[in-house]
Design a binder for this molecule. Structure first.
Ligand SMILES: Cc1cc2nc3c(=O)[nH]c(=O)nc-3n(C[C@H](O)[C@H](O)[C@H](O)COP(=O)(O)O)c2cc1C
Length: 334
């Protein structure tokens, strides 16, 4: 019998939220260095990409995990029940402790494709996708969602529908899809949601998400809302990468994290370039494309590490003009 990670976590537990383009294998290792959460999630990956011959290699790359990631949950999204089954089955042998279904992403491309928060509008399909995932794997299957599509009161029917499926865990981002992240999270609804969970599916772990800053804030919320098992932090990690600890980092410690991030990135890109050399007929142009396209997204992370100290803005501006890891390193060292 497979261990159920959700039953092994401390009470309350903290999770780093899945964030596309942020919580990749590199950033998770940086956070593990600073102070890890009790549980990591991957960024979300499309089940139909995994199910297609063309998209599988890319999906598998997104499912790569580091030794410091465990325990970690793979998050998936889509709208095709058979593809949920196929992907859930494959995930079992990739080192994950569980599988999470994203029924809350508000991105318009994702919703147009019928996935993420669009599932709120197609509850029968959401159930079918969940059932297909559950029957295809021994891993615990959880769900992450929002209160509703456009009205906060939708949570009564939507969360009831989900809890009736008895997921291993349910994460509720306390906003509707329409609210995006533009209004404060609706903490006032927590007691009602906690009651729903107890009356419908007491074994489902209940996690709340939205505007939680750090460990101290999560513990404060736990005192106020003892009916919650876990707290998920997303953007709080941008303000403080040490948010899962009680530590306020020094400037030196943040610079050290940046150096770790750059070194891990360097290692991963070098590996990708080596793989390309071995597999492609025209590796030179592909290599250049890979190096250019992968360096730009790295710049989004500079603000996390270079912030809130005299000269931070100027240093960041210089780094934003760089085009390679070597240039970035030279600036940091000088
Ligand atoms: C850049 C970014 C990417 C995100 N990607 C995902 C994702 O892949 N899967 C997911 O379930 N939620 C995703 N989210 C939503 C977060 O997981 C979280 O629900 C949201 O940021 C609210 O939590 P916070 O107020 O702690 O940031 C993303 C959010 C951000 C800011």
């Amino acid at each position: 019998m497979q261990m159920n990670i959700w039953q092994e976590l401390p009470q309350p537990f903290l999770i780093l939220a899945p964030m596309e383009g942020v919580t990749d294998i590199i950033f998770r290792q940086v956070i593990a260095h600073a102070g890890r959460p009790d549980l990591f999630f991957t960024e979300f990956t499309n089940v139909s990409s995994y199910a297609s011959d063309k998209g599988r290699a890319n999906a598998l790359e997104r499912f790569e995990i580091a030794s410091t990631d465990a325990p970690i949950i793979a998050q998936i999204w889509g709208k095709n029940p058979e593809h949920f089954a196929k992907c859930a089955k494959a995930l079992e042998s990739l080192g994950f402790s569980g599988i999470d279904l994203n029924f809350g992403c508000p991105d318009k491309h994702v919703n147009k494709a019928g996935g993420g928060a669009a599932m709120i509008k197609t509850p029968d399909l959401a159930i079918e996708c969940f059932e297909n995932a559950v029957k295809s794997t021994n891993l615990p299957v959880s769900i992450k969602t929002r209160l509703g599509w456009s009205d906060t009161n939708e949570y009564r029917t939507w969360l009831t529908t989900l809890l009736e499926q008895h997921p291993a865990a349910l994460t509720v981002h306390l906003r509707t899809k329409k609210e995006m992240s533009k209004v404060p999270a609706h903490y006032e609804l927590i007691p009602e949601i906690a009651k729903l969970r107890i009356s419908i599916s007491p074994k489902t772990k209940l996690i709340i998400n939205g505007d939680i800053r750090d460990r101290a804030h999560a513990l404060e919320l736990h005192v106020k809302y003892p009916g919650i098992d876990g707290f998920m932090i997303g953007r709080g990690v941008f303000a403080n990468p040490y948010c899962f600890t009680n530590h306020t980092p020094t400037q030196e410690e943040l610079m050290e994290l940046l150096k770790i991030h750059l070194a891990l990135y360097d290692e991963r890109i070098s590996q990708a370039l080596r793989n390309l050399s071995e597999s492609r007929h025209d590796p030179v142009s592909e290599k250049l494309r890979l190096m250019r396209s992968s360096y730009e997204p790295l710049k989004h992370f500079f603000k996390i590490y270079i912030n809130n100290f005299p000269g931070a803005k100027e240093l960041r501006a210089k780094l934003m003009e760089t085009h390679s890891i070597k240039q970035a390193r030279d600036i940091i060292e000088s």
